[in-house]
Design a protein around this ligand. Sequence first.
Ligand code: HPA
Length: 275
Amino acid sequence: MIWNGVLIMYNKVAEFIKDRIDMQPVIGLILGSGLGEISRTIENPVYINYKDIPGFIDTTVEGHLGRFVIGKCSSKYIIVMQGRFHFYEGYEMEQVVLPVRAMKRLGVETLIVTNSAGGVNPSFSPGDLMVIQDHINMTGVNPLRGRNKDDLGPRFPDMTYAYDQGLRELAFDKAEEMGIGLQQGIYAMMPGPSYETPAEIAMLRRLGADAVGMSTVPEVIAAVHAGMKVLGISCITNMAAGILDKPLSHEEVVETASKAAECITRLLLNVIQDL
Ligand code: HPA
């Protein structure tokens, strides 16, 4: 049964990775669609394909590779997830957060998460980067549901400071030094995989969301549960449904993300340097 499998799996996955590296990553990075560029800057990279890890599942989405890249980046040891597991692919929330828990077991203390998101705040434009200040979980499910993993964290973790203020300030400082603009706002996770209706986007706006996507929230909940510091950055790849009078397409999302990839990569390199 998945339930028991995942319970013990994060330790096994961590052991599998540990056996293949001779360093201890302290920073974990999860990259969204088309945002994988930073992996190319890693010195002496070790690649571990998800499909080679017992119990892991390969990702299916276009623009997502399925592997860990581990090595040195801005003089820090990091582990990068190139491609993540999405709830809309049919995985259980526990499966979606398995890599985050394995990272914790490897010794990762800081998790940086990037994603592609639709702009709900009408003052945003495609190509903008948004530091996630907080999130709204619209999926109705939670990765911590079920028996608590006491070895990872508490039954009722506090989510008041889920997105670390110091890390957010660091991102803004670095963006200013680099002369790039940065937005800040609330990320709402919808289950997907259909994009939202204009009525749903109008609802999310009223609820206080600035951006909408189909990822990130489960991983952040698991990271906070396990006592990790989190920085989240959304790439606004399109305006959400109904904000503009035109349809949404996955191609547009991937194209805008790949255009923004260089900028987000430079920002992350600068942030990682100061961690
Ligand atoms: N909605 C949901 N997820 C997304 C979007 C969107 O508009 N753009 C990129 N990911």
